[in-house]
Design a protein around this ligand. Sequence first.
Ligand code: NAP
Length: 297
Amino acid sequence: MTADIIDGKAFAATMREKIAAHVARLKAEHDLTPGLAVVLVGEDPASQVYVRAKGRQTTEVGMNSYEHKLPADVSQEELYALLDKLNADPAVHGILCQFPVPAHLSETEIVARIDPAKDVDGLHVVNAGLLASGQRGMVSCTPLGCLMLLRDKLGSLSGLNAVVIGRSNLVGKPLAALLLGDSCTVTIAHSRTKDIADVVRGADIVVAAVGRPEMVPGSWLKEGATVIDVGINRIDVEGGKTRLVGDVDFASASQVAGAITPVPGGVGPMTIACLLGNTVTACCRANGLAEPEGLTA
Ligand code: NAP
């Protein structure tokens, strides 16, 4: 069989249109413009690309983008002073600090410093706890994007066997909680899992969030499984060039799966779209307004 391609790029574009329409309504009816502040520490080239893309897409949907670039040797006190200022600023509804940060700063402590109501990355322990206990909080963008693609493709996820490969706080754990919330039977696999191929073979839904190029071959999959590939890995190819691949071997997996996300063009575009959606949601909550439908879990 040849799998259906799950087009995250197209889904994200439609989502951005809905977000732009909602932003326009907030302006017209409430004189409100959602604002997203992004903090970048240092000069990491990949982070600069991500921050530029976030800023551009934020303004394209009509929201305010506030970029704060700090030198790589910024002190913890200076960074925290900025976060405190952004926490207190009513024009800022979402705050994210682009990771990784230089080694003298703690990512865990940075996240803890952000007001959970403005934590549009959904990484604060308050938001992780709300998600784990099935309550309303801010949901991490990449797992939220994966859930939206799965719901769109499969409709109800109730009763399906889902295997999430990877147990990071950023992707694997929150996604497992979301799938459980949708009544999947969830297994989390990781680097210590015994016979991972056997675990994956029982899954109706396979999500790979590992960071290992093309680790999951088609031979691990159940016929017709839905595969979400979160991995983004740059590999060397001929002629000194590089290419992006996922954690799933697309060539063999697409012969067995029922549906699969490509890399690039699958989960990646959903992450920024969900970040924008979370910022609109945070703005509505901060102002006691009804939340737009379809932007969160
Ligand atoms: P991470 O924090 O490094 O976590 C990787 C997870 O994979 C860990 O739980 C690790 O297990 C597990 N793992 C490593 N080797 C394994 C193996 N051989 N078999 C089974 N499990 C193994 O990575 P992450 O932040 O979750 O990101 C994962 C991937 O997604 C990366 O490629 C990243 O670039 C990509 N990503 C993409 C987006 C997007 O927007 N598309 C967003 C975020 C991340 P242990 O816990 O046992 O070490």
